[in-house]
Design a binder for this molecule. Sequence first.
Ligand code: IMP
Ligand code: MG
Length: 175
Amino acid sequence: MSQPTLETILLTADQIRDRVCDLGRQIAEDYPESMDLHLICVLKGAFMFLADLVRAIDRTVTFDFMAVSSYAKGTTSSGEVRLVKDLDTGLQGRNVIIVEDIVDTGLTLSYLQEILRARSPRSLRTACLLNKPSRRVVDVKVDYIGFTIEDRFVVGYGLDYAEKYRNRPDIGILQ
Ligand code: IMP
Ligand code: MG
């Protein structure tokens, strides 16, 4: 492997795949085919999770993308969330699941939930691959969680440090 080595691999590609399949099965069970289901991928961090998750949901789904910026270039939250790219279509009357990479302080997710709820979806849930509960500053509800992890800055499987490491198939801590 020619990518820089990570200090610790927290989650292997196999572990991630198994868990994402569980989440996909769970979501397919919770939403019968008679309900429409619309997923919203939060760019860029959740792109890989979304791609694997939709393939694990054995029913019709639609999805869309939005982008927010909450972190500058480092590893600490600025506390400020900005909408960078909006959705292509409205959410009125639809069953929506927000698909996020990680919930850390919760600021990004609570902002997203607030602005999307204002668009009158029939239902709004959230799926996060990773959860770092020790860093939470706002209470935010997450309906589907892949893994709960310690307070370490992680990269890989969509997650970056200064835009790098997103293409790693596993998740780990930087050296
Ligand atoms: P929050 O607003 O503090 O919950 O931060 C959420 C966003 O910060 C996530 O969508 C990620 O883009 C980024 N983030 C938080 N923790 C990490 C991490 O450990 N690695 C990479 N990005 C992170
Ligand atoms: Mg993100």
